[in-house]
Write a protein that binds this ligand. Structure first.
Ligand code: CP
Length: 320
């Protein structure tokens, strides 16, 4: 259970709590697999998407998740809002709560923004972190773990023995931190693979191995998670050229051919095709990138359901 009433960090979940989210998502998948996709569990409840940074997958999948549980959804995007007139996070959130919000999903460019919203006492709503600066993106890690589990059913309740490589721009990645915390807590071995300039200071406190050599690691990985090069967060040159980066850390056909037989290719999106991942790798049979997107809806349904204490999940799809 998510005991704090918020999901701000993977550290808000125990190992059992993480499996509860994954199991609930699986149950929701089973029930909504047929013709009937919608459940009445959050009918009459209101969820707000509060996005101060751009998003495609996270915002839309939270919206789809809430609607599949019959909740009402208010979408807020900072662009085109009164934020441009100087309105603060506090006033914006309080305004949305005054319109009935019970759970706020927040994406913000500042690390700690979701925690500030949850812990300041400004609002009473549950808060879900949908990505805060370079800090965390817990629901991305949960959907990634769900996807890995679906491909390795022999590790259903224990990821021990799975070796997962997270490759590329670790420095600017909230996805890397949340995945490192979650996957290791489920038992997996995680190796961060990147040029030294893209490894964060303080990484020695993370429960991971570090490698600068993708070719030395590729044959040992069960899943490879390619990260987007986040040019918009780079105010310096972190590698000599895109060509050199792709040669050292990009996933192309030659590296894909060196992967284990059952190994899967992951990417949280959006992708820079031709930089961290080639088009042929992204579209290959090993790629589970679109499965990650579909699983994101299920995992986010589970998070909303568990946080908001919806009515019992029906045993089969029902008309609402
Ligand atoms: N993975 C992810 O967070 O994608 P979006 O930025 O499109 O939400």
């Amino acid at each position: 259970m998510i005991t704090s009433g918020h999901l701000l960090s993977i550290n808000d979940l125990t190992r059992d709590g993480a499996f509860e989210v994954l199991d609930t998502a699986r149950e929701l998948s089973r029930i909504t697999d047929g013709a009937i996709k919608k459940l009445p569990t959050l009918r009459g409840r209101t969820v707000v998407n509060l996005f101060f940074e751009d998003s495609t997958r996270t915002r839309l999948s939270f919206e789809a998740a809430a609607k599949r549980l019959s909740a009402d959804v208010i979408n807020f995007s900072a662009k085109g809002s009164s934020v441009s007139k100087g309105e603060s996070l506090k006033d914006t959130a309080q305004t949305l709560e005054a319109m009935g919000a019970e759970l706020v999903i927040v994406r913000h460019g500042s690390s700690g923004a979701a925690a500030r919203l949850a812990q300041s006492g400004w609002i009473k709503s549950h808060v879900v972190n949908a990505g805060d600066g370079m800090h965390e993106h817990p629901t991305q890690a949960l959907l990634d773990a769900y996807t890995i589990r679906e491909h390795f059913p022999e590790h259903d309740r224990d990821f021990t023995g799975l070796r997962i490589g997270i490759v590329g721009d670790i420095l600017h990645s909230r996805v890397a931190r949340s995945n490192a915390l979650l996957l290791t807590s489920l038992g997996a071995q995680v190796v961060l693979i990147a040029p030294p300039t893209l490894i964060p200071i303080g990484v020695s406190s993370w429960p991971v191995e570090i490698s600068y050599d993708l070719d030395a690691e590729i044959e040992s990985l069960d899943a490879i998670m390619m990260l987007r090069v986040q040019s918009e967060r780079m105010n310096d040159a972190f590698f000599p050229s895109e060509r050199e980066y792709a040669r050292g850390y990009g996933l192309g056909a030659e590296r894909v051919n060196a992967m284990k037989e059952r190994a899967i290719i992951m990417h949280p999106g959006p992708m820079n095709r031709g930089l961290e991942i080639s088009a042929s790798s992204a579209d290959s049979e090993r790629s589970v990138i679109l499965e990650q997107v579909s699983n994101g809806v299920l995992v986010r349904m589970a998070v909303l359901y568990l946080l908001m204490g919806g009515t019992a999940i029906p045993t089969e799809g029902v008309l609402v």
